[in-house]
Ligand binder design. Structure first.
Ligand code: H53
Length: 803
């Protein structure tokens, strides 16, 4: 948008008077933030209603991205950037004596997601608006986001994250668009005079789903899409309602959108979780149908106008919910309704981890969602009947939805969708060949890959302005809208001046981060050290333990030889553990205890430091990533579906230290083997071990003296105050099979780390690698990813400006 500095300043002062009746000089930063937020809203509101109007007038097909999680991060700067007014506003505020960076910190960071899956959804909605795809988010307005993590004596403690405490400046409550969601009760079918079966309900609990809409602003293109998050409320009561039963009912209902479940890649089979899933799916589908009906296009054509995407299995109930509406409310027959439903739905699988696969006990589903359960049974019955004529009975048994008293949500999503995609090439191959092979035999053409992506706006333009400016000076700014243009940077691979400038920027970013750590943790970091970063959820398969065991080996090396020629290192960890995941919490405690041991040991001459940041989330990632030299992507090959921090870190010039897992494989293909450090077991080798059962972790402990010393340190009192945790980790690695092959990959990992120590000493060579990584990161823009979803799955790509 066009906005002069003068106009902005006038608008800002006026808004301050309107909202708070005071002068700017009297306002606190929180008030300054709130006023700016309001102003940004007014700047985008015309385009928001205009975008919606164009969509309706042109009857454009819309995509709805159904996701339990949207891990948005703070939105002020991102909205300013996308409106094209970031610098104007920054300068204008400066004139008014206000520092933009200070007020940015006043915005709560809404943690409405756990990790990769939720952040991907946030990148996708940003990219859909930017790519002019009519695509909207649909999720839950959790009152409490992911818990706030504190360390108390090295242990993770979870505190509530009350992000809505001071209101949310970005949302609009849309009472007129509320819908009713039905839970529990009895349902039976009766034949009508015309012979169709009609459901009758008795005693259902009614929940009012109230939408809160947030503008999703495209990058400098006047497009504003919508993120719709639903809140659970009590419907209006009739006069006869008893007061106490009302209070009881209110508590029950409001708990549905109270809190996000803190489990990432792990299934929590609680009734409340199932309620949450049905709640936002039912509300979303109902509101889509309501909107569609306004277009007066026959229901049979729904799939020409609507695409619903099922992000992981959490929203899989959208399949029977759409069927319910088409059958019961729109009176369609089963075959037509099913055909429409399958054409509307598409599904992304994000994991092969069996513990993440949702399966709900049938008594739970049938009690909570009686009509939905009937429909699921009928889908299952028809599926098994049809497939029995075509496939081996064992395949049908393995693929059916209802099995052993459970409803398998992935099976429901696959059978009910026209497209199933994995999130990286390797992951999709594993799905086709192994995890979902039976389904691949049945529906080969449904399967496809869409490698994840990240938005370069948040993860480079906002997080790393100095690097962004350097890139613009070298190659111009076409890459902002055509990210593959970053490849032009390669022309500077041998330009010493550029490489040194790159080194300087990294150094400045490291200084900035070091300052932050000194301020928040009181730890002094040496910005000349290698900043080695592992930031992700704490999960055994991601192998933070491998990193830790190697750190211990370096520590012992330095204890034995204080003068050893090791380049100083700062190991940076950021990770939350699911509160119920004991092993992950033990690993957190262990890392913190090793940090205490090493950080306080003056004999190693400041060569090693460990920083475990508290409460890792989007805002911290924005600080850490620009300062990273090394990106640790060391999951056991086959287990990390894709990863996305790997992409953010490479985009900021970190060198990836990786197994050939998830999207690491594609990063390697993009930058070439010389510009990434690969180590460890490959996926085929892992499966071979599974096949022949020949991995015996204890033999690595017995045979490898370095490893033995490190492992013994876990149980011999070397690590202060962590005996129980050390023992548990030791036993799991040495005696209980080492599920994720940590000991098997230890030597290869150590060798890779040694290689890094050497490479880093040659600044030009290192920066050349960094430059090639930045130049290759453009293909991992989520702009491209959503464009592929749009054209290959949703069939919605269109540019509203062209109309
Ligand atoms: O999804 C990311 C992947 C990552 C994968 C992650 C994920 C969750 O965050 C939660 C549940 C789940 O099934 C998968 O672990 O590899 O990059 C986005 O696709």
């Amino acid at each position: 948008m066009d906005l002069s500095k003068r106009k902005f300043k006038d608008d800002y002062k006026k808004m301050m008077t309107e909202v708070y009746s005071m002068d700017i000089s009297e306002a606190e930063p929180t008030e300054q933030f709130f006023v700016l937020g309001n102003l940004v809203r007014t700047y985008s509101s015309k385009n928001w209603s205009h975008t919606n109007q164009v969509y309706v007038e042109n009857k454009q097909k819309q995509t709805y991205y159904f996701s339990m999680e949207f891990l948005l991060g703070r939105m002020l700067k991102s909205n300013l950037l996308n409106l094209g007014i970031l610098n104007t506003v920054r300068d204008g505020l400066y004139d008014l004596g206000i520092d933009l960076e200070t007020i940015v910190q006043m915005e709560p960071d809404p943690g409405l997601g756990n990790g990769g899956l939720g952040r991907l959804a946030a990148c996708f909605i940003d990219s859909m608006a930017t790519s002019e795809i009519p695509g909207h988010g649909n999720g839950i307005r959790f009152k409490y986001g992911l818990f706030k993590q504190k360390f108390v004596n090295g242990y993770q403690v979870e505190l509530p994250e009350n992000w809505l405490q001071n209101g949310n400046v970005w949302e609009t409550r849309k009472m007129h668009a509320a819908v009713t969601v039905r839970l529990y009760g009895k349902v039976w079918l009766e034949k009508t005079a015309s012979g169709v079966l009609e459901p009758h309900y008795e005693g259902a609990q009614k929940v009012l789903a109230v939408p809160y809409d947030t503008a999703v602003i495209g990058y400098k293109n006047d497009v504003v899409n919508t993120l719709r998050l639903w809140s659970a409320e009590v419907p209006a009561q009739d006069e006869s309602t008893d007061y106490w039963s009302f209070i009881h009912q209110r508590n029950q209902i409001e708990s549905i959108s109270e809190v996000l479940y803190p489990d990432d890649s792990n299934y929590e089979g609680r009734l409340l979780r199932l309620k949450q899933e049905y709640f936002f799916v039912s509300a979303g589908v109902q509101s889509i149908i309501r909107h569609y009906k306004k277009m007066r296009v026959p229901m049979l054509h729904l799939a020409e106008k609507v695409a619903i995407h099922i992000n992981d299995t959490h929203p899989a109930l959208s399949v029977p919910e759409l069927m319910r509406i088409l059958l019961d409310e729109e009176k369609m027959d089963w075959e037509h309704a099913w055909n429409v439903t399958v054409n509307v739905m598409s599904y992304t699988n994000h994991t092969i981890m069996s513990e993440a696969l949702e399966k709900w006990p049938i008594d739970m589903i049938s009690t909570l969602l009686p009509r939905i359960y009937q429909i699921i049974c009928e889908i299952d019955r028809r599926f098994t009947m049809k497939m029995s004529t075509l496939f081996d009975p064992s395949i049908v048994e393995r693929t059916r939805i209802i099995e052993c008293g459970h409803v398998k949500m992935a099976h429901l999503a696959i059978i009910g969708s026209h497209s199933i995609n994995g999130v990286a090439q390797l992951h999709t191959t594993i799905l086709k060949e192994k995890v979902l092979h039976d389904f691949y035999l049945i529906y080969p053409s449904k399967f496809n890959n869409k490698t994840n992506g990240i938005t370069q706006r948040r993860w480079l333009m906002l997080a790393n302005e100095p690097l962004c400016n350097l890139i613009n000076r070298k190659i111009g700014n076409d890459w902002e809208t055509t990210p593959t243009e970053l490849k032009m940077l390669k022309a500077f691979r041998d330009d010493e001046k550029t490489l040194i400038e790159l080194a300087k920027i990294k150094h400045q970013n490291k200084e900035r981060f070091a300052k932050h750590i000194q301020k928040t943790m009181g730890l002094v970091l040496n910005p000349d050290a290698i900043f080695d970063v592992q930031i992700k959820r704490l999960h055994a398969y991601k192998r933070q333990l491998l990193n830790l065991l190697h750190i211990l080996s370096l520590y012992f090396q330095l204890k034995d030889h204080p003068e050893a020629d090791l380049h100083p290192r700062v190991f940076i960890f950021g990770a939350k553990a699911a509160p119920s995941y004991t092993y992950a919490k033990q690993i957190i405690k262990l890392i913190n205890s090793v940090a205490d041991l090493i950080n306080q040991d003056t004999t190693i001459k400041e060569k090693l430091k460990i920083v475990f940041v508290e409460n890792y989330g989007v805002s911290l990632a924005e600080k850490i990533i620009p300062a990273a030299d090394i990106s640790e992507q060391i999951s056991l090959a086959s287990k990390e579906a894709s990863g996305t921090s790997n992409m953010k870190l490479m985009l900021n010039g970190a060198i990836t230290l990786a197994t050939l897992d998830g999207a690491n494989v594609e990063i390697r293909d993009r930058v070439g083997s010389n510009n990434i450090i690969i180590f460890g077991l490959r996926e085929e080798e892992v499966y071979q071990y599974y096949h022949d059962g020949s991995y015996h972790s204890k033999s690595y402990y017995d045979r490898n003296p370095v490893l033995r010393r490190v492992l013994n340190a876990l149980i011999d009192g070397t690590i202060p105050d962590a005996e129980a945790e050390g023992r548990s980790v030791f036993d799991s690695l040495v005696y209980y099979g080492d599920e994720y092959f940590v000991l098997r990959d230890f030597d290869a990992y150590s060798a890779a780390q040694k290689q890094i120590d050497q490479l880093y000493r040659d600044t030009l060579k290192w920066q050349r690698m960094a430059l090639i990584n930045i130049a290759g990161a453009g293909t991992f823009s989520s702009d491209y990813t959503v464009q592929q979803y749009a054209s290959q799955i949703w069939d919605v790509f269109s540019r509203i400006r062209d109309i």
